[in-house]
Design a protein around this ligand. Sequence first.
Ligand SMILES: [Zn+2]
Length: 412
Amino acid sequence: MGRTVFRNANLLNGRNPSRPNTNLVVEGERIESVGKDVKPRAGDRVLDLAGRSLLPGLFSCHFHASFDGAQLAAFPLGMDQPPGYLMLRAAKNVRGALEGGFTSLVGAGGGDDIDAQLAQAIEDDLVRGPRLTPGSHDLGTTGGYVDLAGWWWRMGNTGTCRLADGVDEWRKTVREEIHRGARMIKIYASGGHGSEHTGRSQFSPEELCAVVETAHQRGARVRAHVCWKPQILECIAAGVDVIDHGDEIDAEIIDAMLEKRTVWVPSALYLEKLLNFPELQNPEFAELRTAAQRELDNILRRVVEAQAAGVCIVPGDDYGVAFLPHGNYAEELEFYVKRAGVSPLEVLGWATANGAAMVGVEDELGDLAPGKLADLIVVDGDPSADISILSDPKRLLAVVKGGRFERDLPAN
Ligand SMILES: [Zn+2]
């Protein structure tokens, strides 16, 4: 691969204010240099961006690749089609994310070890897709939040869900998931987030500690679907790396997150879309609607507070459910700017530097600096002034992953 020189770029790394008239050189799969005066060499591909923005490739950090049109009804997820079909669906969804400027995804749970196999296929260049940190099954306890199949069904395949109980079973389950390729273990530590509204604990503190310790011993991280305050605090205390949803977040939880450097994925666009879903207007869902509204209001109120305190917040949501289809992942960034009052630059930081930190690749990705992997996007306009630009496919002009153009600049 020869060198590519991007000239006259408005450089935007998600942390610093934009740097106009900057040049960036990509050599092979990495960024070689960044600066005002970079001299192209003979044989370089020179692209004059004429002031368009150059950003790091974006992260979406809560991704269910194989979901499509999942319904509210209590039915085991991942049972709607056979595994081969689900894999093709997942491949389509991750390719769409890549073409939309999301060069890194973090799995948030799925069946049939699809994430791990898909990540391998992408790495081997069998299919095109972003860098994918594979999620595990949706791990829960017997009779808990993800145990949706009637016990009398006596099912062999349990779709996305996998159950375990007790410290020894949890150690074995986590080891098996990692052996099958998962790098982000997903547990369901409470109900909530627009679903069953109850404060019930799903894991004992000993089980939580066993999950975290086992995962960390083998180089994996742990994320927890957890919504109620007591369970959120239990998860943080046990060393869970990522809190998904965290609907009852408050000042005490923010302090605990800061102390343990816990990452937060508010994923509140799901709640907004759920509340506007026509099916949810039926009287039978009145209680759920009230709970979802309260959860949404609290998250939107606390996001700015958590951001100001220094919590590592990342984007990513439950795309693939009936009311939030896969596709426009940048809509979420716009949502937090418009509904929560986070600045565009801050949400760009969520989708770049913070995403990389969540999966421990901050030395490689999430910034535009010499030596980093060349994952970058070219955008017409300045997203730090108007974040909605990122939701407009016509304004996303190029996507580069590891120095390779996944979507090339239009010929003038
Ligand atoms: Zn999810």
